[in-house]
Design a protein around this ligand. Sequence first.
Ligand code: MN
Length: 130
Amino acid sequence: MKHRVLVVEDNLANRELLCDWLEAEGFEVISAENLDQGLAAFTIEPPQVVLLDVQLASEDGLSLARWIRQEPEMRHIPVIAVTAHAMVTEQERVIEAGCNACISKPIDFKLLSKQIVRWLGHAASLLPRS
Ligand code: MN
């Protein structure tokens, strides 16, 4: 079964680039361009991993990460943040908000691939064994 990835990114070109790459990598992709659409994606069928742009136009992308971490049904879902700022302070802000990893733009797809595999495996290890 394909893993579902939710991409939350306000920039159309970046969003298409990410979605195309993820589909080519064999993921099922859902995308959102703002917080409302991102939240709505969880009510339909929660994703197994979230790629979250930290700056969504005027909205703070990290508020979605904080919401995920407070929801008992969702809190195990890995969130990989994507940011335009590579500074250590930005990385700390992202991790404090509950994200598992922080990747800076322009995206290194090899690194992103490693992070997705790593955190999908981590989330799977948290599930009860049947
Ligand atoms: Mn953005």
